[in-house]
Design a protein around this ligand. Structure first.
Ligand SMILES: Cc1ncc(COP(=O)(O)O)c(C=O)c1O
Length: 426
Protein backbone atom coordinates (compact mmCIF):
# COMPACT_ATOMS: atom_id res chain seq x y z
CA UNK A 1 0.00 0.00 0.00
CA UNK A 2 1.35 3.45 -0.84
CA UNK A 3 0.82 6.49 1.38
CA UNK A 4 -2.09 7.77 -0.69
CA UNK A 5 -3.68 4.34 -0.62
CA UNK A 6 -3.47 4.29 3.16
CA UNK A 7 -5.57 7.45 3.27
CA UNK A 8 -8.15 6.00 0.90
CA UNK A 9 -8.12 2.70 2.71
CA UNK A 10 -8.88 4.46 6.02
CA UNK A 11 -11.78 6.39 4.50
CA UNK A 12 -13.27 3.29 2.97
CA UNK A 13 -12.79 1.20 6.11
CA UNK A 14 -14.57 3.89 8.17
CA UNK A 15 -17.47 3.93 5.70
CA UNK A 16 -17.82 0.17 5.88
CA UNK A 17 -17.34 -0.03 9.66
CA UNK A 18 -20.17 -2.00 11.30
CA UNK A 19 -19.48 -0.33 14.66
CA UNK A 20 -19.40 3.23 13.32
CA UNK A 21 -22.58 4.36 15.06
CA UNK A 22 -21.14 3.64 18.51
CA UNK A 23 -18.69 6.54 18.32
CA UNK A 24 -21.68 8.90 18.59
CA UNK A 25 -22.60 7.26 21.88
CA UNK A 26 -19.49 8.77 23.50
CA UNK A 27 -18.94 12.29 24.74
CA UNK A 28 -16.25 13.60 22.39
CA UNK A 29 -15.47 17.24 23.13
CA UNK A 30 -13.47 17.87 19.98
CA UNK A 31 -12.63 15.88 16.89
CA UNK A 32 -9.23 17.59 16.94
CA UNK A 33 -8.13 15.21 19.68
CA UNK A 34 -7.31 11.66 18.71
CA UNK A 35 -7.63 9.60 21.85
CA UNK A 36 -5.55 6.43 21.79
CA UNK A 37 -5.45 5.70 25.50
CA UNK A 38 -8.71 3.81 25.96
CA UNK A 39 -6.59 0.88 27.12
CA UNK A 40 -5.79 2.95 30.20
CA UNK A 41 -8.91 5.08 30.72
CA UNK A 42 -11.88 4.58 28.41
CA UNK A 43 -13.85 7.54 27.06
CA UNK A 44 -17.03 8.77 28.74
CA UNK A 45 -20.24 7.20 27.37
CA UNK A 46 -22.92 9.89 26.91
CA UNK A 47 -25.35 7.70 28.78
CA UNK A 48 -22.97 7.56 31.79
CA UNK A 49 -22.79 11.34 31.81
CA UNK A 50 -26.60 11.51 32.11
CA UNK A 51 -26.72 8.62 34.54
CA UNK A 52 -24.15 10.17 36.89
CA UNK A 53 -26.30 13.28 37.02
CA UNK A 54 -29.37 11.13 37.74
CA UNK A 55 -27.52 9.14 40.40
CA UNK A 56 -26.39 12.31 42.16
CA UNK A 57 -29.48 14.49 41.84
CA UNK A 58 -32.34 11.98 41.83
CA UNK A 59 -31.00 8.88 43.53
CA UNK A 60 -28.68 10.43 46.09
CA UNK A 61 -30.15 13.96 46.27
CA UNK A 62 -33.85 13.12 46.32
CA UNK A 63 -34.43 9.46 47.06
CA UNK A 64 -31.55 9.34 49.50
CA UNK A 65 -31.12 6.10 51.41
CA UNK A 66 -34.09 4.47 49.67
CA UNK A 67 -31.84 4.14 46.63
CA UNK A 68 -30.01 1.26 48.27
CA UNK A 69 -33.04 -0.98 47.92
CA UNK A 70 -34.27 0.56 44.67
CA UNK A 71 -30.99 0.45 42.75
CA UNK A 72 -27.66 0.20 44.43
CA UNK A 73 -27.47 -2.88 46.59
CA UNK A 74 -27.70 -5.52 43.87
CA UNK A 75 -25.68 -3.66 41.23
CA UNK A 76 -22.38 -5.51 41.89
CA UNK A 77 -24.13 -8.74 40.89
CA UNK A 78 -26.26 -7.27 38.08
CA UNK A 79 -23.35 -5.49 36.40
CA UNK A 80 -21.25 -8.59 37.06
CA UNK A 81 -23.70 -10.66 35.00
CA UNK A 82 -23.38 -8.21 32.12
CA UNK A 83 -19.59 -8.37 32.31
CA UNK A 84 -19.87 -12.19 32.42
CA UNK A 85 -21.43 -12.05 28.98
CA UNK A 86 -18.45 -10.08 27.67
CA UNK A 87 -15.82 -12.48 29.03
CA UNK A 88 -17.67 -15.68 28.15
CA UNK A 89 -18.72 -16.59 31.69
CA UNK A 90 -22.10 -17.57 33.18
CA UNK A 91 -24.47 -15.38 35.19
CA UNK A 92 -23.47 -15.61 38.85
CA UNK A 93 -19.78 -16.06 38.07
CA UNK A 94 -18.71 -12.38 38.02
CA UNK A 95 -19.17 -9.58 40.55
CA UNK A 96 -17.99 -5.98 40.68
CA UNK A 97 -15.97 -5.16 43.76
CA UNK A 98 -12.94 -3.28 45.07
CA UNK A 99 -9.86 -2.70 42.90
CA UNK A 100 -8.15 -5.24 40.66
CA UNK A 101 -5.24 -5.39 43.12
CA UNK A 102 -7.52 -6.21 46.03
CA UNK A 103 -9.49 -8.77 44.04
CA UNK A 104 -6.26 -10.42 42.98
CA UNK A 105 -5.23 -10.63 46.63
CA UNK A 106 -8.58 -12.15 47.68
CA UNK A 107 -8.60 -14.76 44.91
CA UNK A 108 -4.91 -15.69 45.08
CA UNK A 109 -5.14 -16.04 48.85
CA UNK A 110 -8.24 -18.22 48.54
CA UNK A 111 -6.50 -20.37 45.92
CA UNK A 112 -3.37 -20.89 48.04
CA UNK A 113 -5.49 -21.97 51.04
CA UNK A 114 -7.44 -24.36 48.82
CA UNK A 115 -4.26 -25.83 47.31
CA UNK A 116 -2.78 -26.69 50.73
CA UNK A 117 0.48 -28.60 50.35
CA UNK A 118 1.42 -27.00 47.01
CA UNK A 119 3.74 -24.09 47.53
CA UNK A 120 4.72 -22.51 44.22
CA UNK A 121 3.05 -19.62 42.43
CA UNK A 122 3.95 -19.06 38.78
CA UNK A 123 3.75 -15.73 36.99
CA UNK A 124 5.86 -13.93 34.41
CA UNK A 125 8.13 -10.94 34.08
CA UNK A 126 5.78 -9.15 31.66
CA UNK A 127 3.05 -9.00 34.27
CA UNK A 128 1.71 -5.73 35.64
CA UNK A 129 3.72 -4.77 38.76
CA UNK A 130 0.74 -4.71 41.13
CA UNK A 131 0.08 -8.39 40.37
CA UNK A 132 3.66 -9.27 41.25
CA UNK A 133 3.66 -7.07 44.36
CA UNK A 134 0.50 -8.77 45.64
CA UNK A 135 1.99 -12.20 44.98
CA UNK A 136 5.27 -11.26 46.67
CA UNK A 137 3.26 -10.18 49.72
CA UNK A 138 1.28 -13.42 49.75
CA UNK A 139 4.44 -15.51 49.57
CA UNK A 140 5.74 -13.65 52.61
CA UNK A 141 2.40 -14.10 54.39
CA UNK A 142 2.19 -17.85 53.67
CA UNK A 143 5.72 -18.54 54.91
CA UNK A 144 9.19 -19.71 53.92
CA UNK A 145 8.06 -22.83 52.04
CA UNK A 146 6.31 -20.69 49.45
CA UNK A 147 7.99 -19.26 46.38
CA UNK A 148 7.16 -17.21 43.30
CA UNK A 149 8.56 -18.41 39.97
CA UNK A 150 8.63 -15.96 37.06
CA UNK A 151 8.65 -17.11 33.46
CA UNK A 152 11.22 -15.22 31.40
CA UNK A 153 10.63 -13.22 28.23
CA UNK A 154 13.51 -13.60 25.79
CA UNK A 155 12.56 -10.55 23.71
CA UNK A 156 10.79 -8.38 26.32
CA UNK A 157 7.63 -8.62 24.21
CA UNK A 158 6.27 -12.15 24.48
CA UNK A 159 6.61 -15.38 26.42
CA UNK A 160 6.52 -18.80 24.83
CA UNK A 161 3.98 -21.36 26.01
CA UNK A 162 6.88 -23.77 26.53
CA UNK A 163 8.53 -21.32 28.92
CA UNK A 164 5.34 -21.08 31.02
CA UNK A 165 4.87 -24.83 30.95
CA UNK A 166 8.45 -25.37 32.11
CA UNK A 167 7.63 -23.46 35.33
CA UNK A 168 4.48 -25.46 36.17
CA UNK A 169 4.82 -28.78 38.03
CA UNK A 170 2.95 -30.86 40.64
CA UNK A 171 3.99 -28.40 43.34
CA UNK A 172 2.40 -25.42 41.54
CA UNK A 173 -0.55 -24.13 43.52
CA UNK A 174 -1.48 -21.24 41.27
CA UNK A 175 -0.58 -19.66 37.93
CA UNK A 176 -1.27 -15.90 37.74
CA UNK A 177 -0.91 -14.26 34.33
CA UNK A 178 -2.20 -11.22 32.50
CA UNK A 179 -4.00 -12.44 29.41
CA UNK A 180 -2.79 -9.33 27.56
CA UNK A 181 0.53 -7.84 28.72
CA UNK A 182 0.23 -4.19 29.70
CA UNK A 183 3.32 -3.00 27.84
CA UNK A 184 3.61 -5.08 24.69
CA UNK A 185 -0.02 -6.27 24.32
CA UNK A 186 1.27 -9.85 23.98
CA UNK A 187 -1.72 -12.20 24.41
CA UNK A 188 -1.40 -15.72 25.78
CA UNK A 189 -3.15 -18.78 24.44
CA UNK A 190 -5.66 -19.03 27.30
CA UNK A 191 -6.93 -22.46 26.25
CA UNK A 192 -3.56 -24.16 26.12
CA UNK A 193 -2.16 -22.72 29.34
CA UNK A 194 -5.34 -23.24 31.37
CA UNK A 195 -5.60 -26.86 30.19
CA UNK A 196 -1.94 -27.55 30.96
CA UNK A 197 -2.18 -26.04 34.46
CA UNK A 198 -5.30 -28.10 35.16
CA UNK A 199 -3.49 -31.26 34.04
CA UNK A 200 -0.71 -30.45 36.53
CA UNK A 201 -3.21 -29.79 39.34
CA UNK A 202 -2.65 -26.02 39.46
CA UNK A 203 -5.37 -23.36 39.51
CA UNK A 204 -5.13 -20.46 37.05
CA UNK A 205 -6.00 -16.82 37.73
CA UNK A 206 -6.11 -14.60 34.66
CA UNK A 207 -5.84 -10.82 34.93
CA UNK A 208 -8.13 -9.64 32.12
CA UNK A 209 -7.57 -5.90 32.62
CA UNK A 210 -6.16 -5.27 29.14
CA UNK A 211 -8.41 -7.82 27.46
CA UNK A 212 -11.97 -7.45 28.76
CA UNK A 213 -14.11 -5.53 26.29
CA UNK A 214 -11.46 -5.60 23.55
CA UNK A 215 -10.86 -9.24 22.70
CA UNK A 216 -12.97 -12.37 22.69
CA UNK A 217 -12.42 -14.41 25.84
CA UNK A 218 -14.25 -17.60 26.70
CA UNK A 219 -13.84 -18.38 30.38
CA UNK A 220 -16.48 -21.13 30.50
CA UNK A 221 -15.34 -22.94 27.37
CA UNK A 222 -11.76 -22.95 28.66
CA UNK A 223 -12.81 -23.99 32.17
CA UNK A 224 -10.91 -21.04 33.66
CA UNK A 225 -10.84 -21.14 37.47
CA UNK A 226 -10.38 -17.50 38.46
CA UNK A 227 -10.06 -14.07 36.88
CA UNK A 228 -9.94 -10.38 37.76
CA UNK A 229 -9.96 -7.20 35.70
CA UNK A 230 -10.36 -3.42 35.58
CA UNK A 231 -13.56 -1.73 34.41
CA UNK A 232 -12.06 1.67 33.61
CA UNK A 233 -10.17 0.58 30.48
CA UNK A 234 -12.05 -0.96 27.53
CA UNK A 235 -15.24 -1.29 29.60
CA UNK A 236 -15.37 2.54 29.88
CA UNK A 237 -16.47 2.56 33.55
CA UNK A 238 -14.72 5.85 34.42
CA UNK A 239 -11.71 6.84 36.53
CA UNK A 240 -11.38 4.64 39.60
CA UNK A 241 -14.43 2.53 38.79
CA UNK A 242 -14.43 -0.70 40.83
CA UNK A 243 -13.00 -3.86 39.31
CA UNK A 244 -14.54 -7.28 38.65
CA UNK A 245 -13.72 -10.76 39.79
CA UNK A 246 -14.72 -14.12 38.37
CA UNK A 247 -14.90 -17.53 40.06
CA UNK A 248 -15.94 -20.67 38.19
CA UNK A 249 -19.26 -22.00 39.57
CA UNK A 250 -17.82 -25.32 40.83
CA UNK A 251 -15.15 -23.52 42.84
CA UNK A 252 -17.35 -20.95 44.52
CA UNK A 253 -18.37 -23.01 47.52
CA UNK A 254 -14.86 -24.36 47.97
CA UNK A 255 -13.07 -21.03 48.28
CA UNK A 256 -13.07 -18.59 51.20
CA UNK A 257 -12.29 -14.91 51.11
CA UNK A 258 -9.46 -13.69 53.35
CA UNK A 259 -11.36 -10.43 53.96
CA UNK A 260 -14.62 -11.27 55.70
CA UNK A 261 -16.42 -7.97 55.24
CA UNK A 262 -20.11 -7.45 55.98
CA UNK A 263 -21.09 -7.13 52.30
CA UNK A 264 -19.89 -10.72 51.87
CA UNK A 265 -22.01 -11.96 54.77
CA UNK A 266 -25.14 -14.03 54.06
CA UNK A 267 -27.40 -11.36 55.62
CA UNK A 268 -25.55 -8.13 56.33
CA UNK A 269 -28.64 -6.37 57.65
CA UNK A 270 -29.25 -8.91 60.39
CA UNK A 271 -26.08 -7.51 61.94
CA UNK A 272 -25.25 -10.87 63.45
CA UNK A 273 -21.99 -10.75 65.37
CA UNK A 274 -20.74 -13.97 63.79
CA UNK A 275 -19.74 -13.98 60.13
CA UNK A 276 -21.66 -16.40 57.89
CA UNK A 277 -20.40 -16.29 54.29
CA UNK A 278 -22.94 -15.51 51.59
CA UNK A 279 -23.58 -18.29 49.12
CA UNK A 280 -21.88 -18.19 45.75
CA UNK A 281 -19.68 -15.40 44.52
CA UNK A 282 -21.27 -12.74 46.72
CA UNK A 283 -19.10 -13.75 49.66
CA UNK A 284 -16.16 -12.15 47.82
CA UNK A 285 -17.69 -8.69 48.26
CA UNK A 286 -16.12 -6.78 51.15
CA UNK A 287 -17.59 -3.41 52.17
CA UNK A 288 -19.78 -0.62 50.83
CA UNK A 289 -18.97 -0.03 47.15
CA UNK A 290 -18.19 3.46 45.73
CA UNK A 291 -21.74 3.91 44.41
CA UNK A 292 -21.15 6.80 41.99
CA UNK A 293 -18.33 4.93 40.27
CA UNK A 294 -20.16 1.62 40.43
CA UNK A 295 -23.30 2.95 38.78
CA UNK A 296 -21.29 4.56 35.98
CA UNK A 297 -19.99 1.18 34.79
CA UNK A 298 -23.26 -0.13 33.38
CA UNK A 299 -23.70 1.99 30.21
CA UNK A 300 -20.23 1.12 28.85
CA UNK A 301 -20.76 -2.56 29.55
CA UNK A 302 -24.19 -2.50 27.90
CA UNK A 303 -22.73 -0.85 24.82
CA UNK A 304 -20.13 -3.60 24.46
CA UNK A 305 -22.84 -6.23 24.72
CA UNK A 306 -24.90 -4.39 22.11
CA UNK A 307 -21.94 -4.13 19.73
CA UNK A 308 -20.90 -7.76 20.28
CA UNK A 309 -17.44 -8.75 21.46
CA UNK A 310 -16.77 -10.69 18.24
CA UNK A 311 -17.33 -7.55 16.15
CA UNK A 312 -15.22 -5.52 18.55
CA UNK A 313 -12.34 -7.99 18.43
CA UNK A 314 -12.51 -8.17 14.62
CA UNK A 315 -12.27 -4.37 14.32
CA UNK A 316 -9.48 -4.25 16.89
CA UNK A 317 -7.41 -6.55 14.67
CA UNK A 318 -8.17 -4.49 11.55
CA UNK A 319 -7.17 -1.24 13.27
CA UNK A 320 -3.91 -2.61 14.64
CA UNK A 321 -2.99 -4.46 11.45
CA UNK A 322 -3.56 -1.20 9.56
CA UNK A 323 -1.24 0.62 11.98
CA UNK A 324 1.44 -2.07 11.60
CA UNK A 325 1.25 -1.97 7.80
CA UNK A 326 1.92 1.80 7.94
CA UNK A 327 4.70 1.25 10.47
CA UNK A 328 6.40 -1.08 8.02
CA UNK A 329 6.24 1.31 5.08
CA UNK A 330 6.52 4.70 6.76
CA UNK A 331 7.91 4.56 10.30
CA UNK A 332 10.63 1.92 10.49
CA UNK A 333 13.02 4.19 8.62
CA UNK A 334 12.45 6.87 11.27
CA UNK A 335 13.79 4.69 14.08
CA UNK A 336 10.55 3.14 15.36
CA UNK A 337 10.48 -0.56 16.22
CA UNK A 338 7.40 -2.69 16.80
CA UNK A 339 7.22 -3.50 20.52
CA UNK A 340 4.17 -5.78 20.15
CA UNK A 341 3.64 -9.15 18.46
CA UNK A 342 3.11 -8.79 14.71
CA UNK A 343 0.72 -11.75 14.75
CA UNK A 344 -2.79 -10.55 15.65
CA UNK A 345 -3.72 -13.85 17.31
CA UNK A 346 -1.01 -13.11 19.89
CA UNK A 347 -1.94 -9.49 20.51
CA UNK A 348 -4.49 -7.45 22.45
CA UNK A 349 -5.89 -4.12 21.30
CA UNK A 350 -2.92 -1.80 21.71
CA UNK A 351 0.40 -1.49 19.92
CA UNK A 352 3.67 -0.42 21.47
CA UNK A 353 6.19 1.40 19.36
CA UNK A 354 9.71 1.56 20.70
CA UNK A 355 12.00 4.50 20.02
CA UNK A 356 15.01 5.95 21.88
CA UNK A 357 13.14 9.26 22.01
CA UNK A 358 9.80 7.67 22.94
CA UNK A 359 9.05 9.97 25.89
CA UNK A 360 9.67 13.21 24.01
CA UNK A 361 7.81 11.99 20.92
CA UNK A 362 4.86 11.14 23.15
CA UNK A 363 4.98 14.67 24.62
CA UNK A 364 5.00 16.18 21.12
CA UNK A 365 1.92 14.13 20.18
CA UNK A 366 0.06 15.29 23.29
CA UNK A 367 1.18 18.96 23.18
CA UNK A 368 1.37 19.81 19.46
CA UNK A 369 3.17 22.99 18.48
CA UNK A 370 3.10 22.52 14.72
CA UNK A 371 -0.26 20.81 14.24
CA UNK A 372 -3.94 21.28 14.96
CA UNK A 373 -4.22 17.68 16.00
CA UNK A 374 -3.57 16.55 19.53
CA UNK A 375 -2.97 12.83 19.87
CA UNK A 376 -3.10 11.08 23.24
CA UNK A 377 -1.30 7.76 23.53
CA UNK A 378 0.74 6.96 26.67
CA UNK A 379 4.31 6.16 27.58
CA UNK A 380 5.67 3.15 29.41
CA UNK A 381 9.27 2.94 30.56
CA UNK A 382 11.83 2.73 29.18
CA UNK A 383 11.02 3.39 25.53
CA UNK A 384 7.43 2.40 24.68
CA UNK A 385 4.68 4.59 23.24
CA UNK A 386 1.42 2.68 23.62
CA UNK A 387 -1.34 3.31 21.09
CA UNK A 388 -4.64 1.90 22.32
CA UNK A 389 -7.28 1.10 19.72
CA UNK A 390 -10.78 1.08 21.13
CA UNK A 391 -13.03 -0.32 18.40
CA UNK A 392 -16.18 1.44 19.62
CA UNK A 393 -14.72 4.87 18.99
CA UNK A 394 -11.33 4.70 17.25
CA UNK A 395 -11.57 5.33 13.51
CA UNK A 396 -9.24 4.15 10.75
CA UNK A 397 -8.76 7.79 9.76
CA UNK A 398 -7.50 8.55 13.26
CA UNK A 399 -4.99 5.73 12.95
CA UNK A 400 -3.88 7.09 9.57
CA UNK A 401 -3.52 10.63 10.95
CA UNK A 402 -1.49 9.36 13.90
CA UNK A 403 1.11 7.85 11.60
CA UNK A 404 1.28 11.04 9.52
CA UNK A 405 1.75 13.08 12.68
CA UNK A 406 4.52 10.75 13.92
CA UNK A 407 6.30 11.29 10.60
CA UNK A 408 5.88 15.06 10.90
CA UNK A 409 7.28 15.09 14.44
CA UNK A 410 10.32 13.06 13.42
CA UNK A 411 11.08 14.96 10.23
CA UNK A 412 10.69 18.41 11.86
CA UNK A 413 12.43 17.19 15.06
CA UNK A 414 9.59 18.82 17.00
CA UNK A 415 10.16 16.37 19.86
CA UNK A 416 13.45 18.15 20.64
CA UNK A 417 11.42 21.05 22.09
CA UNK A 418 10.35 18.82 24.98
CA UNK A 419 12.06 17.78 28.20
CA UNK A 420 12.79 14.18 29.11
CA UNK A 421 11.73 14.83 32.70
CA UNK A 422 8.85 12.43 33.40
CA UNK A 423 5.55 13.71 34.82
CA UNK A 424 3.97 11.83 37.75
CA UNK A 425 1.51 9.93 35.54
CA UNK A 426 2.90 8.94 32.17
C1 LIG B 1 -3.00 -5.66 34.10
C2 LIG B 1 -3.36 -4.76 35.25
N1 LIG B 1 -3.64 -5.32 36.43
C3 LIG B 1 -3.96 -4.56 37.49
C4 LIG B 1 -4.00 -3.18 37.40
C5 LIG B 1 -4.27 -2.34 38.63
O1 LIG B 1 -5.60 -2.20 38.87
P1 LIG B 1 -6.13 -1.47 40.19
O2 LIG B 1 -5.50 -0.12 40.22
O3 LIG B 1 -7.62 -1.46 40.01
O4 LIG B 1 -5.74 -2.27 41.35
C6 LIG B 1 -3.75 -2.56 36.18
C7 LIG B 1 -3.81 -1.10 36.06
O5 LIG B 1 -3.59 -0.51 35.05
C8 LIG B 1 -3.41 -3.39 35.08
O6 LIG B 1 -3.12 -2.84 33.90
Amino acid sequence: MTTINHKDFAKEADNKDLLRKFRDEFFISTDQTIYLDGNSLGRLPKHSKELISDVTIKQWGTELIESWNKQWYNKPVKIGDKIANIVGALPGEVIVSDSTSLNLYKLAHAALKFQKGKTTVVSDELNFPTDLYILQGLIKEFGPDYKLELAHSADGISITTDEIKSKIDENTALVVLSLVAFKSAFMYNIAEITAYARKMGALVLWDLSHAAGAVKINLTENEVDLAVGCTYKYLNGGPGSPAFLYIKKELQDKLSTPIQGWFGDASPFEFDLKYRPARGIRKFLTGTPPVLNLMAIEPGVEMINAAGINNIHAKSIQLSDFFISMLNTELLQLGFILGSPADSSKRGSHISLKHVEAYRICQALIHPKKSQTKIIPDFREPDNIRFGFTPLYTTFTEVYKTVQRLKEIMISKEFEDFSNLRSEVT
